[in-house]
Design a binder for this molecule. Structure first.
Ligand SMILES: [Zn+2]
Length: 572
């Protein structure tokens, strides 16, 4: 052993003795003190177990951050001890003190290799040897050799202690580590900005709220669970929760992944086009065009040129060549609504597209290849049309390969409220109006009505309700009534003046239902009866009162009240 080395060893031991004097075991109070800081004497193995559990629970990266910050706090506290105990000490002494404390606390044996420090100028470079690193050994024990240094809390300590004393951020890195399989650990510390990859390391000192992260994760789990339990995450336009609707939607999803021709069945207004569009959006063609055409809306003699295109001069008025819907839908999806209305000649050409993928424009003999997925829809029974000779049976079988029946709204009553809310939101946004929903009576009326026009009718009714309801109020029956009431299935209706149209073939039962379902108020029924009686009696009060079994004054009183109500209504 060289003379210098043995002198240094003696000096270290002396310093250690000095430090040991700072530690007090107070058996009476059950406390251990390092100067005025309460300390703990814990089992290294238990601490190692906790460290492992942190890693296994939070992951390596997050555990590293947590342990680094914990070490950093210890280092800061020990720097405080130094400042109080060793005022006037030299810069070198200041850092020796930290190394000795770290050793005394049983964490690691620290030997200074190189130290160049000037606190006044903020200059720092420190290199230390770490032997018997507690953290490195336990990491190695639990996880084997690691690809990176692992003495996180100890590095944190060195950073905390040095940073506190230097008054500027000092970052240490392990250049060798027991946890990586090296014999000992070796650390180098210098000001943060002198490290090229400072940011990578500095992030471990920034506290992140584990609690917030956990709450975030918990929220995600809840959302995922509810998404799974809802069976389907439906696209924005597809609204429904009823079994019949979800089963139709399930078929759509199956068809979407294939190229099969789909036939959508269902009454007018059930949402066939929304289904067709959704099918397109969920298919591999979603980036290409979706073209929709209603066969019933185009005059028969124009259907073919619309679908297949036309060459210049093909017929009078064909002044320029233009592609048809099939060409425009090339690569994508073509939706043919009300296909039962397609004339027979067009049916033959359609069959050819389906079989050969070929079209010819009108007045042209050039064959054009098209790649179009066809979705057709009808609200009439094509089989009947086939029997009547109005629809080609070969085309029918071709189309019929995959059919999806979309249920009418009256068979999915549980979806009415959902749809009504959705349309209220939609039209409120369009109208820039804030509404607070529907009155209970309005909700009852929506549920009681049989909706022969299906979703389209519901949509119109709600749109009207949104327009008529005052801002910040609820939509009332009256705001929707004129549309609710003009369908054949409700045998009462209001005329353009807003009074009940008594000429309709109504029965007592219908009026009873109207009142019970909240579609009409009792006052409205009374008004209607009085009105009807007056009409029947040619405005003769006595005759009208007799029809209703009232005395003339009784009748006059009611009539007067009615006209007052009317005026009130006009004033408000
Ligand atoms: Zn290490």
């Amino acid at each position: 052993m060289s003379k210098v080395h043995s002198l240094r060893k003696k000096a270290n031991e002396a310093a250690g003795d000095d430090l040991r004097g700072l530690v007090h075991f107070c058996a009476e109070s059950g406390q251990i003190w390092l100067h005025e800081h309460r300390m703990l004497l814990v089992h290294a193995e238990a601490q190692g177990g906790m460290r492992k559990e942190l890693i296994d629970t939070l992951g390596m990266d997050r555990a590293r951050g947590l342990l680094t910050r914990m070490g950093y706090a210890s280092g800061m506290h020990d720097a405080e001890v130094f400042c109080i105990r060793k005022q006037g000490a030299s810069d070198i002494e200041a850092f020796k003190f930290g190394a000795q404390l770290h050793t005394l606390e049983g964490i690691v044996k620290v030997t200074t290799i190189k130290l160049d420090v000037d606190r006044a100028k903020g200059r720092y470079y420190g290199e230390y040897l770490w032997e018997n690193s507690w953290e490195g050994q336990w990491h190695q024990h639990h996880y084997g050799a690691h690809s990176e240094p692992v003495c996180w809390s100890q590095i944190g300590y060195a950073c905390g202690y040095t940073t506190a004393l230097m008054g500027r951020p000092i970052l240490y890195k392990e250049v060798e580590c027991v946890g990586m399989g090296n014999k000992n650990c070796r650390i180098i510390g210098k000001p943060l900005e002198e490290w090229e990859d400072a940011a990578d390391h500095a992030r471990f000192f920034a506290p992140e709220s584990i609690a917030e992260k956990l709450i975030d994760l918990q929220t995600q789990v809840v959302q995922l669970r509810s998404a799974i339990s809802e069976k389907e995450k439906l696209p924005a336009d597809v609204v429904g929760n009823s079994p019949s609707f979800l089963s139709a939607y399930g078929l759509l999803k199956q068809a979407a992944t294939s190229q099969i021709t789909v036939l959508l069945l269902g009454e007018t207004g059930v949402g066939k086009e929304v289904f067709a569009r959704t099918l397109h959006e969920q298919s591999s063609r979603s980036n290409e065009s979706f073209i929709a055409i209603n066969c019933a809306a185009i005059p028969h003699d124009l259907v073919e040129s619309e679908l297949f295109g036309v060459e210049k001069g093909a017929y009078t008025g064909a002044i320029a060549a233009r592609p048809g819907r099939f060409e425009r839908a090339n690569g994508g999806t073509l939706f043919l609504d009300e296909i039962g209305d397609l004339p027979l000649s067009a049916q033959a050409k359609l069959l050819r597209v389906l079989q050969e993928g070929e079209i010819e424009r009108l007045g042209d003999h050039k064959i054009r290849k098209v790649n179009v997925r066809l979705v057709a829809a009808t609200n009439i029974d094509l089989k009947v049309l086939v029997k009547e000779g109005k629809f080609r049976s070969d085309l029918y079988y071709r189309l019929n390969a995959f059919q999806i029946e979309i249920p009418p709204l009256r068979e999915r009553k549980e979806d009415i409220s959902l749809l009504a809310e959705r349309y209220m939101e939609k039209y409120s946004a369009i109208q820039g109006k804030k509404l607070r929903g529907f009155t209970d009576k309005a909700k009852r009326a929506l549920l009681a009505y049989p909706w022969p026009g299906n979703i389209r009718e519901l949509q119109n009714v709600i749109e009207r309700g949104v327009i008529l309801a005052p801002s910040d109020s609820r939509i009332e029956v009256d705001h929707m009534l004129p549309i609710c009431g003009n369908e054949q299935s409700l045998e009462y209706s209001l005329d353009s003046n807003g009074s009940l149209n008594i000429d309709q073939p109504e029965t007592e039962n219908d009026l009873f239902k109207a009142v019970m379902n909240g579609v009409m108020t009792l006052d409205q029924v009374e008004a209607a009866l009085i009105d009807a009686a007056m009409k029947k009696a040619n405005n003769n009060l006595s005759a009208a009162s007799r029809i209703l079994g009232l005395t003339r004054p009784q009748f006059a009183y009611r009539l007067k009240r009615l006209s007052e109500n009317d005026q009130d209504g006009m004033e408000s």
